[in-house]
Design a binder for this molecule. Structure first.
Ligand code: ADP
Ligand code: MG
Length: 584
């Protein structure tokens, strides 16, 4: 648990402010995260990393010469939003472009990809290397689906070194990808962690046991075994890593490896050294030569007890990168010449200007419809506030447990933005678009990005000219469904929110076509959606974070499908709210 906290909602933001104050001169605050204090030299590719907060020194502590140019920082255990990533990248980008690198998690991928599209549309070249070092998170055949853990460091170092050599974007990308291909990690956990302000742990490991392969957000591992001795743990980790030795190393007598022993949070340095002692012996016995070992904390999860071991199978170029100097808040090596750093003129950059002023809708009807939309969002917010723990519980069974808090952050921000827009007499399109932007910006996670996209797509159909009739409302829902499916690529049966959204959209369209008014049609569609959401309990997931642990989710409905159906049910109560009825 966290002992030092004000309002838990502000934990990540307040901690970031303190971090920046403690490292002023090295890093500066930018919208959405932190950047090096000095401007990116002209012609240098900017390496932008990022992810959820709660993993220090990933990611803010790894910003500085020899490491990243900037880090986008999401809320606790939640991906940064596309908007955050975009602003962070903009603040350090040069004409040479931006390399994004981050651990492979569905929410991060979705948000970074959106930011990448926006940058490209503005003519800033970008490329992406997702880190997939965690061997236990998927099979070798499915390497691209593996998650990223402490091996991030090796990939970031390669990218940063290449960019500092003046390489172009394609070369920086290629070297980072090569580092990723040759970096493998395995981890074990002895306890879970409790998020700031929470009263119960997000996940746990039974007393006296060790979870083999458990992820840094508590994603279930492959096995739970009685806690072995340090020597046995070292043996397990090294043996598993040596099974995945890259093929192109020849007889291996001369193979050289970088090594990272990473503590997850509450394993002490002395324990890590003890483990390294055994690990180093085993690696050397296997005929490998260790280069610049790292023993400490590189990717953590609050007070989670656990360790991971990473091997980086070096070649000449990767070795240069791995051994090169660096000077970041949480990672220092060799001697970096800091004298020629140019302070960034934008260093004092504050938050961007508030949203531009809202134009009131032209007609009274449209203004009233804007208020209806805002009321629906308030009803959804109240529903999510009630269900937040249950949604977290559902997500913790096979996912990472953040669905409740992510939805809550998203819907609270969306509700506030919608009320503000409705108070300014905005039409329904503007109210919903503001809500969608706020949702995506604050929620984080896969579902947050998809909700943001869906609401914005629906908003476009609604527009601000008139109050939508039933048909327009149903077309707006269809547009949201299309947006969610186009970006998330999930089909019916993949055990995602799509399983609740598609039947909702279909039933709504059918009922409206059959002559029902919006309130009646909506309620019927919400009931069908809820049934479909419950029925996802029988499905095996094929998308998103839950995928590597398919069987664990059997018997439990998909959290994103349940929250969507609950939201639609809450929305129905808003349309039914007397005042609305007579206008339809
Ligand atoms: P994260 O998976 O990033 O932790 P959340 O926990 O907030 O995000 O949301 C998880 C939910 O997101 C899942 O239950 C599922 O309904 C939905 N989801 C995940 N991936 C997809 C996808 N590709 N398309 C549609 N919905 C998805
Ligand atoms: Mg989740």
């Amino acid at each position: 648990m966290s002992y030092i906290v004000n309002d838990p909602d502000d934990f990540a933001a307040e901690s970031t402010l303190g971090f920046i104050a403690a490292h002023r001169g090295l890093v500066r605050r930018v919208n959405g995260g932190v950047a090096r204090a000095s401007a990116t030299p002209a012609g240098e590719v900017a390496v932008v990393i990022g992810g959820g907060s709660g993993h220090y020194p990933a990611f803010a502590g790894l910003v500085g010469p020899g490491l990243a140019h900037a880090a986008a920082m999401g809320n606790v255990f939640a991906s940064p939003s596309a908007q955050q990533i975009y602003s962070v990248a903009r603040s350090v980008a040069t004409e040479a472009g931006v390399l994004f690198s981050y651990g492979n998690y569905a929410g991060d991928a979705l948000n970074f990809d959106q930011a990448q599209e926006r940058l490209r549309a503005e003519g800033i070249p970008t490329a992406t290397v997702r880190v997939t070092d965690d061997i236990y998170s998927a099979s070798l055949a499915d390497r691209a689906k593996r998650r990223g853990i402490a091996g991030d460091l090796a990939v970031f170092r390669a990218a940063a070194w290449a960019s500092a050599q003046g390489m172009g974007l394609a070369e920086v990308e290629a070297l980072a990808a090569r580092a990723n291909e040759r970096t493998r990690s395995v981890g074990v956990a002895f306890s879970g962690c409790t998020l700031p302000g929470a009263t119960a742990p997000l996940f746990t490991v039974p007393d006296g046991m060790m979870a083999v392969g458990m992820g840094i957000h508590g994603e279930p591992g492959i096995d739970v075994v009685p806690l072995p001795s340090a020597g046995e743990i070292a043996d397990l980790l090294v043996t598993r890593l040596l099974e995945e030795r890259p093929d192109d190393l020849g007889d291996g007598a001369s193979a050289r490896v970088g090594v990272i022993v990473n503590g997850l949070g509450s394993v002490k340095s002395e324990e890590l050294f003890l483990l390294y002692h055994s690990v180093a012996g085993l690696i050397t016995q296997a005929g490998l030569e260790i280069v610049d070992p790292e023993v400490g904390e590189y990717a953590t999860s609050f007070e989670m007890a656990g360790v991971s071991l990473t091997l980086i199978w070096l070649d000449d170029v990767l070795e240069q990168a791995w051994s090169s100097p660096a000077y970041a808040p949480a990672y220092r090596k060799g001697v970096v010449d800091l004298a020629d750093r140019i302070a960034d003129e934008n260093a004092a950059e504050g938050e961007t200007a508030e949203d531009d002023a809202i134009q009131p809708a032209a007609t009274v009807d449209a203004q009233r419809a804007g208020k209806d939309v805002a009321r629906a969002l308030s009803a959804i917010r109240a529903m999510i506030d009630r269900e937040v723990d249950e949604l977290g519980r559902l997500d913790a069974i096979a996912g990472d447990g953040d669905h409740g808090i992510g939805m809550q952050r998203g819907v609270r921000a969306a509700d506030a933005a919608a009320q503000a827009a409705a108070d300014s007499d905005a039409g329904p399109g503007t109210v919903l678009a503001r809500a969608g932007d706020a949702w995506a910006d604050k929620a984080g996670g896969t579902s947050g990005a998809l909700w943001g996209l869906g609401l914005r797509a629906a908003a476009k159909v609604l527009g601000d000219a008139t109050a939508p009739d039933g048909r327009t409302a149903s077309e707006a829902v269809a547009a949201a469904r299309d947006a969610v499916q186009t970006s998330g690529k999930a089909q019916i049966g993949d055990k995602t929110m799509v399983d609740a959204l598609v039947p909702f959209a279909e039933t709504l369209a059918e009922r409206i076509a059959g002559g029902d008014d919006l309130a009646t049609a909506w309620e019927a569609a919400a009931a069908v959606s809820m049934k479909a959401a419950r029925a996802t309990a029988d499905l095996l997931p094929r998308m998103g974070r839950a995928r590597p642990h398919m069987e664990k989710s059997l018997g439990t409905p998909d959290p994103g499908a349940v929250s969507l159906a609950l939201a639609m049910a809450a929305g129905a109560s808003a349309w039914n709210d007397g005042t609305t009825e007579e206008k339809r």
